[in-house]
Write a protein that binds this ligand. Structure first.
Ligand SMILES: [Zn+2]
Length: 94
């Protein structure tokens, strides 16, 4: 099954990060993107676009081209580009 970003309206299939194992952080991810753990399908993740640069341990290295894959800090929570989800919900309600 193709992996994809679970943030509504995103659907990116590259630069994905798995949901954290730490239950507290995991729950923060679910709250941030407005889904329940039961909505999650195997292979689902969240892409780079939803994290600020300080969420990554190696942003500078990747930006400079030394590394290809961004690595998240263990307590990073997605905060960016979630507006699309909110817009979608508002549209649904109207
Ligand atoms: Zn995404």
């Amino acid at each position: 099954m193709a992996r994809r970003c679970v943030v509504l309206g995103c659907q990116k299939s590259n630069g994905l990060h798995n949901f954290p194992v730490d239950l507290e952080v995991r729950q923060q991810w679910f709250s941030a993107i407005g889904i329940e753990s039961s909505d999650l399908r195997p292979g689902d993740g969240i892409c780079n676009e939803h994290f600020t640069r300080d969420c990554f341990t190696n942003f500078i290295e990747v930006e400079m081209g030394f590394l290809k894959r961004l690595r998240l800090k263990s307590h990073a929570v997605p905060t960016l580009a979630l507006r699309r989800l909110i817009n979608f919900i508002i549209l649904e309600l109207c």
